[in-house]
Design a binder for this molecule. Structure first.
Ligand code: GAP
Length: 519
């Protein structure tokens, strides 16, 4: 789908209509930024997690898995810095009463300036054709240059304000740039304040009246800390030697200030994280290794032009280097994964606060040290969003009578598709149904299948296209004579006639993770 607000709305509606994603608690008008995954959504989500797990754990001798609890000792979040520093700068519009992230308002303002310059470049490109020199145009065109100078000046102030956590300067920048409320258009802003994103709750039966916080626990805002505090348990039980990694998939919770973009920014979401423990001093080498490795994983799912790196303007409190891998969502390029060099920040702080050693004895060097960590952290939900937004397409294709008709199709990579094979009797007749069920009962051992006999065959094909089913197996009266079925390919629309015994072989190659993972 091309990127536009309309297409974004269509995607959300499609996800709901075809059982991918439902707003949570819908009968009570929903709960902001919380979503439920429907029957097809849960299958796709599980397949995405399986693909990540295979690529990150199964394919690496030196990466192992973990499933740590969501509840953890509250001091973990003190040591990790989340109690003191896991906050976003927020600002309210006094007229619309809407709350925004101050940094996002400024980033969006910068992106608008970039877009204006890109538009001028595109226009000039069309005008001058092959002789067009983009670098020269950007360096000499007065209008573009003026905008670029303004942009650079704002960006410089922005980075300085972020790194010195100068909330007053962020407000001044919003005023200087005349940034208006994106919804109401008003420029009547409050001051910028910090807002901690962690959810907390009470642990155990005794309530803590009178301000006693001893029962307070947090819902984890990242899965990573469960890995850090288990680092020695895992290392000792698996006898891993540095460098090695620990991977985990699990829920995380953040009380996000801005939560308006479907499953992009949720208050309850899932992460797939891997902490790679390395010898201090080698972390930049591994940072670059994982940056490339993870980009290649994304390229196995999406075209290169939909992906880009983005270096962080402001490093998180734990990082000495960090970047995002961004995907072109319907509302532009945004983060899908973060790669962070976290130094010994987390292990060092846990060692200090818990009083327990977090050191590794390196037998090659004959010395002990607190390892450095390079982290890869990707959101399951954002990956899901990227997969469906890239997959959903409207196409003109010939119908049964040869006339051109529009079809809506989810071109999800077959190995990730929620349903792999739909088994369909041509018409609703008992003899065909019996045969089709027999085939379904064989194939269900091999892969995720669906049996469907309701409606005309054309409508059933369209429904399977909309769900994203890569293969439809149709049983007709000839099948009863010659034991052959028609297999329809979702993407090419090619229909081949093959023996029932050949179905598994026909689909197997396309349902193998090796179609995605290289090497
Ligand atoms: N442990 C490091 C960490 O949590 P992050 O960049 O804050 O880093 C990593 O988050 C990834 O988690 C993001 O790239 C994104 O895909 C996902 N993520 C973060 N916040 C999210 C939210 N509110 N909703 C959905 N996904 C989110």
């Amino acid at each position: 789908m091309k990127n536009s607000t309309d297409d974004f709305k269509k995607l959300i509606a499609h996800c709901k209509e075809y059982g991918y994603v439902f707003p949570s608690s819908e009968v009570y008008d929903g709960l902001s930024a919380v979503y439920d995954y429907g029957p097809y959504g849960v299958e796709l989500k599980n397949n995405i997690k399986e693909y990540w797990w295979k690529a990150m754990v199964q394919m690496h001798e030196n990466i192992v898995g973990l499933d740590s609890a969501i509840f953890m000792h509250p001091l973990i979040w003190k040591a990790s810095g989340h109690v003191d520093a896991f906050s976003d700068p927020m600002i309210d519009n006094k007229d619309s009463k809407k709350r925004y992230r101050a940094d996002v308002l400024i980033e969006e303002h910068l992106a608008k300036i970039d877009a204006k310059n890109d538009k001028d470049v595109e226009k000039a490109k069309k005008r001058f054709g092959d002789s067009f020199d983009e670098a020269q145009f950007r360096a000499t065109n007065a209008r573009v240059l003026k905008r670029q100078e303004e942009r650079d000046a704002i960006h410089q102030k922005f980075v300085k304000a972020l790194s010195s956590e100068d909330l007053g300067e962020l407000k001044t920048l919003i005023e200087e740039c005349q940034i208006a409320d994106p919804e109401g258009g008003s420029r009547n802003w409050t001051d910028v304040r910090q807002f901690n994103l962690m959810f907390s709750t009470q642990f155990g039966a005794t309530s803590s009246e009178g301000g006693d916080n001893s029962n307070k626990v947090y819902l984890r805002p990242e899965t990573a800390q469960g890995i850090f505090v288990n680092f020695l348990n895992v290392q000792k039980t698996t006898r891993q030697k540095i460098p090695f990694g620990i991977a985990q998939i699990g829920k995380a919770f953040r009380n996000e200030i801005v939560a308006r973009q479907f499953i992009f920014r949720m208050r309850e979401f899932e992460q797939m994280e891997m902490q790679f423990f390395v010898q201090p001093g080698t972390e930049m080498e591994w940072y670059h290794y994982w940056k490339e490795f993870r980009m290649n994983w994304h390229k196995s799912l999406f075209p290169a032009e939909k992906l880009q790196y983005h270096d962080h303007d402001k490093l998180a409190h734990y990082a000495n280097a960090a970047l995002d891998i961004e995907f072109e969502f319907p509302f532009g390029f945004k983060e899908i994964e973060g790669i962070h060099s976290r130094t010994d920040f987390d292990l060092g702080n846990h060692q200090e606060l818990s009083g327990r050693k977090m050191q590794y004895f390196d037998s090659d060097l004959g010395e002990s040290y607190v390892p450095y960590v390079v982290e890869t952290s990707i959101g399951v939900d954002r990956t899901f969003f990227a997969v469906v937004s890239h997959a959903l397409q409207e196409e003109e294709v010939p119908d049964a009578k040869g006339n051109m008709a529009t079809r809506i199709v989810m071109k999800i990579p077959p190995v990730l598709a929620p349903v792999k094979v739909a088994v369909l009797p041509l018409v609703k007749k008992e003899v065909l149904a019996d045969k089709a069920r027999e085939i379904f009962n064989r194939l269900k051992w091999v892969t995720q299948c669906q049996y469907d006999e309701k409606d005309s065959i054309g409508r059933r094909y369209r429904r399977q296209d909309a769900i994203g089913t890569p293969f439809c197996v149709t049983v007709d009266f000839e099948t009863l004579e010659d034991g052959e079925v028609t297999v329809r390919d979702r993407d090419t629309l090619e229909q081949v006639r093959i023996p029932i015994d050949a179905i598994e072989g026909h689909i197997a190659g396309k349902l193998d993770f090796r179609t995605l993972i290289k090497g």
